[in-house]
Design a protein around this ligand. Structure first.
Ligand SMILES: Cc1ncc(COP(=O)(O)O)c(C=O)c1O
Length: 368
């Protein structure tokens, strides 16, 4: 049997000192290698394979799209899958988030979200608003702006001269905080540090605050106090700062509601999503923005200055009437699969209220 490691293979592996098992088949939450060994894919790879492996519904949807057409340029055409998927996602999103822009990875979504926030202020005639505030610990991706926003010093070290300055405040991390998340006066857990940072930088210079509603790979599912994001929302509103929720890892049902911010009963101005949105069957991500944000551009320059070849592709998602989004929802148990959108919203609201009453949002593992 061939050995799958560097430099014997032509693949430039992620770990150059590791011998890789070669997977030949996936069955639900199991992976099987060429020797027949079975692996329980308990976390869905990098928090991605939320609907398990070899899902026939998704295979059919992607094949159906391939039979209709291949690539279409977003500068000239729209198409069924992108319209359907945008409609389906808009139905689930909190607040006024209803305009969807698709991309291929979480890092790209974070880049686009930050650039959208910046362009929004330029279009509003406030070009001095350019600073970004982010949390520490945090991770938002590996492209240069997303990496700049991330508190991953080891990942940043070789690229320091190319990174932009992002202002960092401590993340609310109740498990490690001295107050254990129970102190309403704690400057970190109450988000007071955000207001201090905005005042220090000058609100006229701050474009956006970016945070994961539930800590992902940096803080191991850390859940801020139930009033944390309400306070964040108030502070951002008071100082004209856009709030970006990065739901690349925690969104699309992974935490038990469609979006991890839902139990906090506030909506961000821009949200990123990725990973679970395609359950790993396609490189798919995106941003969702409120019409207010997009209107600023529609009524100004007329287009978002951020073009990518695949920025209106959904890679087969949104094609079939029984789309993978519905399957995601049913598998996540977010609401009963057959309910109307009105019922779904009611179920979501009551779940959020219940979670808040119990002190903090409920965390539930997603089936893989
Ligand atoms: C919160 C968050 N944002 C962004 C990213 C970057 O996503 P990608 O690796 O798809 O570029 C990640 C990746 O783990 C993430 O956890």
């Amino acid at each position: 049997m061939t050995t799958h490691r560097y430099p014997e293979s032509h693949v430039f592996y992620r770990k150059l000192g590791y011998e890789y098992p070669k997977i030949v088949r996936g069955e639900g939450c199991w992976l099987i290698d060429e020797r027949g060994k079975r692996y329980l894919d308990a976390v869905g790879g990098a928090y991605v394979a939320n609907l398990g492996h070899s899902n026939p519904e998704i295979a059919d949807s992607i094949a159906e799209q391939c039979r209709q057409f291949g690539y279409l340029s977003g500068t000239m055409f729209t198409h069924g899958p992108v319209e359907n998927l945008a409609d389906e996602l808009a139905e689930t999103l909190p607040g006024d988030l209803s305009k969807l822009y698709f991309l291929c990875s979480g890092s790209e979504a974070v880049e686009a979200a930050l650039k959208l926030a910046r362009q929004y202020w330029v279009e509003q005639g406030r070009p001095s608003k350019h600073k970004i505030i982010a949390l520490s610990p945090s991770y938002h991706g590996s492209t240069l702006l997303a990496l700049s926003a991330s508190a991953r010093e080891a990942h940043k070290a070789p690229f320091k001269p190319w990174l932009v300055d992002v202002h960092r405040i401590p993340a609310s991390y109740p498990y490690r905080c001295e107050c254990g998340g129970r102190g309403p006066a704690c400057p970190v857990c109450s988000a007071a540090v955000l207001e201090e940072a905005i005042e220090q930088l000058g609100a006229g210079n701050v474009a956006a605050f970016i945070a994961e509603p539930v800590g992902g790979s940096s803080t191991g599912a850390s859940t801020p106090r139930s009033d944390y994001f309400k306070r964040v929302r108030e502070i951002c509103d008071r100082h004209d700062v856009l709030f970006i929720a990065d739901e690349v890892l925690v969104g699309v049902g992974r935490t038990g509601t469609w979006w991890a911010i839902e139990p906090y009963e506030v909506a961000p101005d821009i949200m990123t999503f990725g990973k679970g949105v395609s359950a790993g069957y396609a490189a798919l991500s995106g941003i969702a923005a409120g019409q207010r944000v997009v209107d600023a551009i529609a009524e100004g320059s007329g287009s978002f200055v951020h073009a990518q070849t695949f920025s209106s592709s959904t890679n087969g998602f949104g094609c079939s009437p029984t789309s993978p989004m519905s399957a995601t929802c049913a598998a996540a148990g977010c609401w009963p699969g057959s309910s109307s959108s009105k019922t779904r919203r009611a179920v979501r609201r009551s779940r959020a209220r219940r979670n808040l009453r119990s002190g903090s949002p409920t965390r539930r593992s997603m089936p893989v």
